[in-house]
Design a binder for this molecule. Sequence first.
Ligand SMILES: [Zn+2]
Length: 414
Amino acid sequence: MNNYNYTVENKFITYAKIDTEADPNSTTFPSSMKQKDLGKLLVNELTEMGVSHVEMDEWGYVFGTIPSNIDKKVPTICFCAHLDTAPDCSGKNVKPIVHRKWDGSPITLPDDNTQVITTEKHPYLKEKIGDDIITASGLTLLGADDKAGVACIMDFANYCMTNPDYKHGEIRILFTPDEEVGRGVDHLDMAKVNADYGYTLDGGVLGSIEDESFSADAVKITINGISAHPGYAKNKLVHSIKVASDFIDRLPKDSWSPETTEGREGFVHPTSIKGELESTVITFIIRDHITAKLKTYEDRLEALLQETISNYPGVTASFEVTEQYRNMKEVIQTVPFVTDYAIEAMTNAGVEPKPVIIRGGTDGSRLSFMGLPCPNLFTGEMAIHSKHEYVSVQDMQKAVNTMVELISIWAEKG
Ligand SMILES: [Zn+2]
């Protein structure tokens, strides 16, 4: 890639300025129609580059194909990134600022000078001194999550289309809406994706590769109390809110929660409680990297519930478990070379590979179970979903290098 003129920085800045904030309260798909504004631009750019089968479908998914230029039949690889930004922080009027050859001094964001990005708050930045760092201006997020991924894929496409000597199998490009509100693959037509293996470009630190996520269930508990007129309730009324409080109080205080676990430890986490005299509903999320452990947590939670209500005669409760997503490793370990090739590609691109386990899920977890084994690769996006969000241009360029090396490995080894 010696003399290649990267387009990733300019593309990123263009995409970051387009508001694509997802709306968790919307019932439409995509959740906000403005996500299609970026989709349309990408369709135009891909078409101009000469990429084949470019389309945006009614749901806002963008597809494109870079046809194979080798005789040998090798697997079709899909690169995927998401168009939307997180609703946690405004995505309106994003003003990206490039801090060229950043010298390591604190970055005060001009539109709100209380927003100061420092190496103390963001230790990864210590490794980025001398890089070109892009930030927002203080009032919004930057949207590097995941416009860094979008820009890397677009620059990779540009590299393929402008370097006919670069040998590769068929490559599929996929951009999805609504990842941030957990619906990113809800309407995705896998027949249209039509690839053998995939990679999402939505990871953080240089060299990170994630092929292991949480497995996730949700639990809904309903506690039914006994209502009576409060003036005449003696020895009759049993308040469901008080039973619910007693139950919550029995949860372990020093383990089992997000605030007491890390690494491979799972947790049981109440996410909402809503109640009145007669009935109270509590929802939980249950997380672990080992799917079988979810059942152990759920059994223990249910036992705590039964133990609680046994102290309140006449009170009843229900306990409903819903599956959310599963650890993508269960799929990827059947095709370990998908991860191995990515690690080899990083090494070839001069990037030190850093396998990380995700304490959460990604679209890749769901795609893996939909038939597209799909680890997540770094883009350099950092401090995501916040006004401090930043990305290093050089990290994005190295992600492009990694993609180029990765596709060479697939072309060679099939
Ligand atoms: Zn993301």
